[in-house]
Design a protein around this ligand. Structure first.
Ligand code: NAD
Length: 368
C-alpha cells in the first residue's frame, strides 16, 4: 500500500499548452512556499504524448506510482494531432483514464462560474448568466462508461448489436451524493439530483438512495430531484436556480459541458476529481483545467492560464484545507480581470492583452 505524502504535488504538464499553463501554477506554488512557508514538495514528470515520445507509453509505471504517493496531481492537458493515429492503448488520453480509474477518482467537480467582467463572452443574455455560480458533481468511475457486458457483436439476422450496460450500486450512489451534500453545506445549501427515474431502473435507485441519504444525514440541505432532460433545458432557461447538481457519469458528462459553455470561455474553467477518504482521512485527487491541449495556440504564449490556476485554488480548498489561500488566489484572479488584463481568448475592446506568463505574473502580484 503506497502512502500519500501530505505535501507532495505532482505536476504533469502533458502536451500542447499544458506545459505553458502548468508553468504559471508552478510559479504560484513557488510563491506560496517562499512567502507563506507552505513547504509544498513539487515533483514533475511526463504524461500523454510527451511520455509516449520518450518512453513509448502515455504514462510509465514510475509516474503512476509518483501519482499514487502524491497528495495532489495537477494535470495540464494531453493529446494532439501528432498522436491521433496511435492504437487505443497508446493514445495520450489513456494516461488520464488510467489515473482517474486507478486513483479511484469517483467524484468530478466542475464549477461553472460566470465572472461579471466576462458576462458578454457567453452566448446567453447577460441577465441569465451574470453572477452564475453552480457546481456540477459528476460520478466518474461507474455507470454506462464502465458497465459490463459491453461490446459490438454479430446477431442472427446478419446485423450487429452495440451493447453498453448502465449499472449503479447503492454505495456508488451514496458516496458521490455525500460529496454533493457536503459541498452544498459550504455553498448555498441546495442540491439538485438528476437522473431518468421515469424510464430507467438505475435512475430510480439513484433517486431513492439520494433521498434516503438526505433524510438520514442531510435534512438541513434542500434537495430537489429533476429528470436529466429537464435539467438540460433548465440550465439554459434559468441556470441560476441551481447550486449543486449531482448526477451520474453519462448525464454529468453532457450537463457539465453544457454548463461550462454558459460562462463563455474554456480557458477559465477548473475541475477537480476526488477519490475516497481512507481510514486516515487521506484522499487522492487530481486537478486540471477542463480545456484540452489547444494545439492551435501551443507554444505562442497565447494560452489562458486562469483555468489551471483556479484548479490549483480548488486543490488548496479540497485537498489541503487551505480555504484562506484558495479565497486569496480566486480573488487575485478577479482583481486582475477587474484591471482589464486579458489573454487573447477573452480580450475585448478597452482591455489590455497579455501573454500567458504576464497573466500568471499579474495574478501573483495581486497575491502580494
Ligand atoms: P481544446 O480545449 O484543446 O481547444 C478548443 C479551443 O479552445 C481551441 O481553439 C483552443 O485554442 C481554445 N482553448 C482551449 N484552452 C484554451 C486556453 N487555456 N486558452 C486559450 N484558448 C484555449 O479542445 P480540442 O481542440 O477539441 O482538443 C485538442 C486536443 O486536446 C485533442 O487531442 C483532445 O483529445 C485533447 N483534449 C484533452 C483534454 C484533457 O487533457 N483533459 C480535454 C479535452 C481535449
Amino acid at each position: 500500500m503506497i502512502k500519500v505524502k501530505k505535501r507532495k504535488i505532482l505536476l504533469l504538464p502533458g502536451d500542447g499548452i499544458g506545459p505553458e499553463v502548468i508553468n504559471e501554477v508552478r510559479k504560484v506554488i513557488t510563491w506560496l512556499n517562499s512567502k507563506k512557508s507552505l513547504d509544498f514538495e513539487i515533483d514533475e514528470d511526463l504524461a500523454g504524448g510527451a511520455s509516449y515520445d520518450k518512453h513509448g507509453t502515455p504514462i510509465t509505471d514510475e509516474v503512476f506510482y509518483k501519482a499514487l504517493e502524491s497528495k495532489i496531481v495537477m494535470l495540464g492537458a494531453v493529446g494532439g494531432p501528432k498522436w491521433d493515429n496511435l492504437e487505443f492503448q497508446k493514445k495520450p488520453e489513456r494516461a488520464l483514464l488510467k489515473l482517474r480509474k486507478e486513483l479511484k477518482l469517483f467524484a468530478n467537480l466542475r464549477p461553472a462560474i460566470c465572472f461579471k467582467q466576462l458576462v458578454h463572452a457567453s452566448t446567453l443574455k447577460p441577465e441569465i448568466v451574470s453572477g452564475l455560480d453552480i457546481m456540477i458533481v459528476r460520478e466518474l468511475t461507474g455507470g454506462i462508461y464502465f458497465g459490463e457486458p459491453r461490446g459490438i457483436k454479430p446477431i442472427d439476422n446478419g446485423e450487429r448489436k452495440g451493447i453498453n450496460t448502465h449499472t449503479y450500486t447503492s454505495s456508488e450512489i451514496i458516496r458521490v451524493a455525500k460529496v454533493a451534500f457536503d459541498l452544498a453545506k459550504k455553498r448555498s445549501n441546495k442540491v439538485t439530483s438528476c437522473e431518468k427515474s421515469n424510464v430507467m431502473e438505475a435512475g430510480q435507485l439513484w433517486k431513492e438512495e439520494v433521498q434516503t441519504l438526505h433524510d438520514a444525514e442531510y435534512k438541513e440541505v434542500e434537495l430537489n430531484h429533476m429528470l436529466a432532460d429537464n435539467c438540460s433545458m433548465q440550465l439554459l432557461r434559468n441556470p441560476k436556480q441551481f447550486d449543486v447538481i449531482v448526477t451520474d457519469n453519462l448525464f454529468g458528462d453532457i450537463l457539465s459541458d453544457q454548463a461550462s459553455m454558459l460562462t463563455g470561455s474554456l480557458g477559465l474553467l477548473p475541475s477537480a476529481s476526488l477519490g475516497e477518504k481512507n481510514k486516515d482521512g487521506e484522499m487522492r485527487a487530481m486537478y486540471e483545467p477542463i480545456h484540452g491541449s489547444a494545439p492551435d495556440i501551443a507554444g505562442k504564449g497565447l494560452a489562458n492560464p486562469i483555468a489551471t490556476i483556479l484548479s490549483f485554488a480548488m486543490a488548496l480548498r479540497y485537498s489541503l484545507d487551505l480555504d484562506k489561500e484558495a479565497d486569496n488566489l480566486e480573488k487575485a484572479v478577479q482583481d486582475v480581470l477587474n484591471d482589464g488584463l486579458r489573454t487573447k481568448d477573452i480580450v475585448a475592446k478597452g482591455n489590455k492583452e497579455v501573454s500567458t506568463a504576464q497573466m500568471g505574473d499579474a495574478i501573483i502580484s495581486k497575491l502580494k
